[in-house]
Write a protein that binds this ligand. Structure first.
Ligand SMILES: [Zn+2]
Length: 181
């Protein structure tokens, strides 16, 4: 923990004064200042870690493996144990990284957090209520075109599956009809 200097403490008090923040006791002022400092320390550590990671990309532009520390893969959304791959697109598990190297899916998938450009099979399940059997059937019929990550998810790129919104609508309508009957 960073030690709160008397100088910073005096500064903190004068900012409180200016902002109209009032504490009843000296102890409360000190506690508030120390809490703020601890919070700043956490934010600062996180930011400098990220900065260091980004800098390392200058010499290793394809990325590198780091300790996952329980982070989640941006592609398959699984919790990662051990190492995770970091590059300009974000973080992915080693399995998804292997598939990425084989160009099975494009990097923008990692940045596409709102599913504007892609969707995975499990997201089709929990977001849109499509059963895995239905998805398999649609693939067999050639209505959906998947990019398959071995031991991982299937990825549907929106540009390769322009009918996806229509398919989802059809299936949702069919379901609500069933429920009405
Ligand atoms: Zn993954």
């Amino acid at each position: 923990m960073v030690h709160l200097s008397e100088e910073s403490y005096a500064e903190f008090k004068s900012i409180c004064d200016k902002e109209g923040i009032h504490y009843d006791t000296e102890a409360e002022y000190r506690e508030a200042a120390q809490n703020l400092l601890s919070l700043f320390e956490v934010l600062y550590d996180g930011a400098s870690e990220e900065l260091a990671r980004k800098k390392r990309l200058a010499t290793e532009p394809n990325g590198y493996a780091i300790d996952s520390n329980g982070r989640t893969c941006f592609v398959c959304h699984r919790n990662v144990q051990g190492e995770i791959w970091y590059d300009k697109w974000g973080m992915k598990c080693m399995n998804c990284q292997a598939a990425f190297k084989r160009k099975i899916f494009p990097g923008y998938v990692l940045k596409d957090r709102d599913n504007n450009r892609h969707v995975t099979d499990s997201q089709l399940g929990w977001k849109y209520g499509l059963h895995s059997q239905t998805i398999k059937k649609l693939i067999r019929e050639g209505r959906l075109k998947p990019r398959v990550i071995p031991n991982g998810p299937m990825i549907f790129l929106r540009k390769e599956n322009p009918d996806l919104p229509q398919i989802i609508e059809e299936l949702t309508n069919a379901k609500s009809h069933k429920n009405k009957r």
